[in-house]
Design a protein around this ligand. Structure first.
Ligand code: PLP
Length: 431
């Protein structure tokens, strides 16, 4: 039992499925090498920032209670700011998730009477309640903060003309969502975001450009904050947590923006000075240190999934050979059976809960049932191998994560095995 395909067989993967998958993996060598080069660059970027900030063993200790004089927490925020090329950062376990980080960044930098303008089309689902597009307590709408939107133009690019039309005297923040999230639009590259930021500033100087950076960190060599964005936010149970951070979010950008966010997260007057890091700092530091290679693993899994399903004749977003700026891969599976089969494959390839069957259920914020597959070490962590799919036509599955490339590959191969077992794809296609 020392052969690789014996191990795959043990995992329930049959010879033809393995060999078909292996051929595709072999064809992606150059692609993977380019991903590794970016990971290598970003690894050094993080390493240098930790060294330059003289991170020491004592910084990992953490604090309790008010969290005054938590030097390790403060230093971690310096490391984030340096890696993201900006003035300051807020990196806290008290930021509960990505939606919270985004809400905090926006709410703290908007005042009643201001307008928020999204120029990347409809924002991520959970933000509809935050903005007040859906009736909800405490929304921006309740505070007299209005919302406008410039949809992407054909092909999925930022629409300059619409941006010009929508910016008015009340526009205070222009927001851009880098990743497509759970949508099949294009994700927006850091270069495009930089150009959009320039455009926005040329139209109105005192506007803040905000980027929802979820799923984007470390996919490219620079981040939106290095390309002209004033602030950005993300979740530590996605890329920058490296799979180790058990909770948390970050906001990074201009000092004043981060100060405003801190004043809202804790209290005016207290700001960044309080907020115990508890026992989180070792995993925050180590996770950030691991994040470039973990992100690379997830990215290789995404490229592999795209190549494999493209070869089998499915629509994939982005296509296998497209440049990437986030880790999400969408595949249009065209039937409910295929979706469930794919998700069964991901679930059964997990290290945790591999024996449970993902079943569709109603979720708040969705207009149909959703099926989610994940066997996470950290609950809901989508930098880990996972798939989500709303049960509606055209039956798109959104696949992401994989703490190691080999786990990501095994997960995708397992989805193919399930689709073959369930006779959704014809085995002769694997020849
Ligand atoms: C995940 C995600 C969010 C929200 O993060 P949660 O941690 O799920 O609240 C927002 N925007 C994008 C693009 C995301 O991918």
């Amino acid at each position: 039992m020392s052969k690789l395909n014996d191990m795959y067989q043990k995992l329930g993967i049959e010879k033809d499925v393995y060999e078909f998958s292996k051929k595709i993996l072999d064809s992606l060598k150059d692609r993977f090498e380019a991903i590794d080069e970016t990971a290598e660059y970003n690894q050094l970027k993080v390493l240098c920032a930790m060294q330059e900030n003289r991170v020491s063993e004592a910084d990992l200790k953490g604090s309790t209670g008010y969290g005054y004089d938590d030097l390790g927490r403060d230093r971690l925020e310096r490391v984030y700011a340096d890696v993201f090329g900006c003035e300051d950062a807020l990196v806290r376990p008290q930021i509960t998730c990505g939606t919270h980080a985004i809400t905090l960044a926006l709410f703290s930098n908007l005042r009643p009477g201001d307008e928020l303008l999204y120029i990347s089309g409809k924002p991520y689902d959970t933000l509809e309640s935050v903005i007040g597009l859906r009736d909800s307590k405490g929304s921006f709408a309740e505070y007299g903060i209005t919302y406008a939107q410039a949809d992407l133009r054909d092909g999925g690019y930022i629409d300059e003309e619409k941006v010009r039309q929508k910016i008015n005297e009340r526009t205070r923040i222009v927001a851009i969502q880098r990743s497509k999230g759970y949508d099949t639009r294009r994700s927006l590259s850091v270069e495009e975001i930089g150009k959009a930021a320039q455009l926005v500033k040329s139209i109105k100087k005192d506007v803040l450009v905000f980027v929802d950076n979820c799923y984007g960190e470390f996919v490219e060599r620079i981040e939106p904050s290095e390309a002209g964005a004033d602030m950005m936010a993300g979740s530590l149970i996605k890329n920058p947590g490296g799979g180790l951070s058990a909770v948390g979010g970050y906001i990074a950008g201009k000092r004043e923006c981060v100060e405003n966010a801190a004043a809202r997260l804790t209290s005016p007057g207290l700001g960044k000075e309080v907020g115990a890091s508890l026992g989180m700092l070792p995993s925050f530091y180590q996770g950030f240190f691991m994040a470039p290679t973990v992100t690379a693993s997830a990215l290789k899994g995404a490229v592999f999934a795209a190549a494999l399903y493209e070869r089998l004749g499915f629509e994939v977003y982005p296509r296998a050979d497209e440049k990437r700026t986030d880790i999400i891969q969408a595949v249009t599976l065209r039937s409910k059976e295929a979706l469930l089969s794919f998700c069964k494959g991901i679930q059964s390839a997990s290290a945790i809960d591999s024996f449970v069957s993902p079943t569709p259920s109603d979720m708040p914020g969705y207009d149909c049932e959703v099926v989610m597959a994940a066997g996470d070490f950290i609950s809901g962590s989508s930098i880990e191998l996972s798939a989500d799919a709303p049960l509606k036509s055209p039956y798109n599955v959104y696949f992401q994560g994989g703490l190691t490339q080999f786990h990501a590959f095994a997960g995708i191969i397992k989805t193919l095995q399930c689709l073959a077992d369930d006779k959704i794809i014809d085995r002769s296609a694997l020849k």
